[in-house]
Each structure stands twice: as structure tokens, then as C-alpha cells.
Design a protein around this ligand. Structure first.
Ligand SMILES: [Zn+2]
Length: 95
């Protein structure tokens, strides 16, 4: 038997997945992509190629050892003072 909390968290998970699929379908429709099977966007974002090892779609920290755009924005004052292209060096200097 499941309690009310378990039922609520289960329905919340289902709702979150539906919302994320809906967002990706909207992005796909905006860019004129194929939306015949919308649920495929539950596992793959609309603008990613789907290859997990893709250099173009991947995280720049993982592939190039650089900071992400969000991290560059966050640390832009520190970056101007001492430029460190290597993310490990920069994160060491900030801590
Ligand atoms: Zn890709």
C-alpha cells in the first residue's frame, strides 16, 4: 500500500516529465524539427544530436577543460584580474 506522500511524489514526477517534454516539443516546433513522436524528447533535448560523446553538444568543462558560459559569467571579475584558461587552475585560485 502506498501512502499519500508516495502518491504525491509519484504524480509530481509524472508532471515534471510531461512539462519537460512539452518544453522540448515547443523548442523543436520553433526550429521546425520533426515532432511526430514527442516522447522521444523525454530522453533527448531538441537541439542535441543525441550522441553522448559529441564534442559540439557536450559540456566544455568535460571536453575542453574550460569553464562553462555560466561559470565564465559568474567569475568574470576574477577572470579579468588573472586569466587562467584551465578550469582547475581557476577554481583553485578562487578557493
Ligand atoms: Zn552533438
Amino acid at each position: 500500500m502506498s501512502s499519500e506522500e508516495q502518491k504525491f511524489s509519484h504524480s509530481k514526477r509524472i508532471y515534471q516529465k510531461e512539462v519537460s517534454v512539452k518544453k522540448q516539443v515547443h523548442i523543436a516546433e520553433t526550429y521546425g524539427l520533426d515532432v511526430k513522436t514527442p516522447h522521444k524528447y523525454a530522453k533527448q533535448h531538441a537541439l542535441n544530436c543525441g550522441n553522448p560523446n559529441c564534442v559540439m553538444c557536450g559540456n566544455p568543462r568535460k571536453t575542453f577543460d574550460e569553464l562553462t558560459i555560466q561559470e565564465q559569467r559568474l567569475f568574470q571579475n576574477k577572470l579579468q584580474d588573472n586569466y587562467a584558461p584551465n578550469s582547475e587552475k581557476l577554481l583553485d585560485s578562487l578557493s
